[in-house]
Design a protein around this ligand. Sequence first.
Ligand code: ASP
Length: 328
Amino acid sequence: MKRYGRSVAGGFLAALAVLGLPSSQAQAQAYPTRSITMIVPFAAGGPTDVISRIVTGHMAQTLGQTIIIENVVGAGGTTATTRASRAANDGYTLITGHMGTHAASVPLYPNLAYHPEKNFEPVALLAGTPILILARKDFPPKDLKEFVAYVKTNEAKVNAAHAGVGSVSNVSCELLNSILGIKPTGVPFNGTGPAMNALVGGQVDYMCDQIVNAVPQINGGTIKAYAIATPQRNPSLPNVPTTAEAGLPAFQAQAWNAIFAPKGTPPAVVARLNEAVVKALDDEGVRKRLLDLGSVIPAAAERTPAALGALVNKEIAKWTPVLKPVQN
Ligand code: ASP
């Protein structure tokens, strides 16, 4: 089947060449003629992986090609993002980046091997992901006020799990810890999928994680949720108070996940991918799965490549004065 598809596309390209269309334009029109690799910069089962799988599952139907998820872990997502920045800019290697890889990592890593704006074409925003303050089930504090008092008193012995320096979980908890004036021990994992397993297993104390990873565990009673760091409660977790309700209004955090292509990917290819994302975000099944996990589905105006480019620009500006560089 694949071979047949490829040869049809090949014939189409040859015909366009005869018609005098430049081959890059012709290729963009035929795109995609083979499977696409979507790099996910964290371990399987975490928020970026789950959101990518939900959306690309639908995109593959629209595009008529398989989208293979490749989890490439390390350095808070920057290893994978470096790799994606150096991939061929033909639309066959993409990355699901997020607030960490495509914004917070800029001030955190002075020697970052890529720049989110210079080395990538924004494709489309996939989902907003509110942040929650979570703890292992038997962590002593009962509510957020007790949590604040407890971690301040026990700063030297508590630890916070995260997905590597520059990941959303790391950056969000850094923000929380700076508001509380504490420096607990950080415990890095290759993603908050494995970090969540450690939290459920009681091997780590607390974590600031994106909602999609937390809803099943909170509802299953395997972890504790102290608060959601958004102005409103989330419909998927109606019993979890906001940080403002629970007494810590200063802690507000919502992350985002989005698709990026290497710089120079033809605009027609970016447009085709963007269309496929938009179609996925309008699909009832996709919407239900994303909403059931607490994600915020971007409104129409937020779904364009230009809107994502503006978001990245704004987020880099927001995090740069807040985050101090780490040695790398
Ligand atoms: N998004 C990461 C993951 O999927 C976690 C993070 O950024 O903290 O595991």
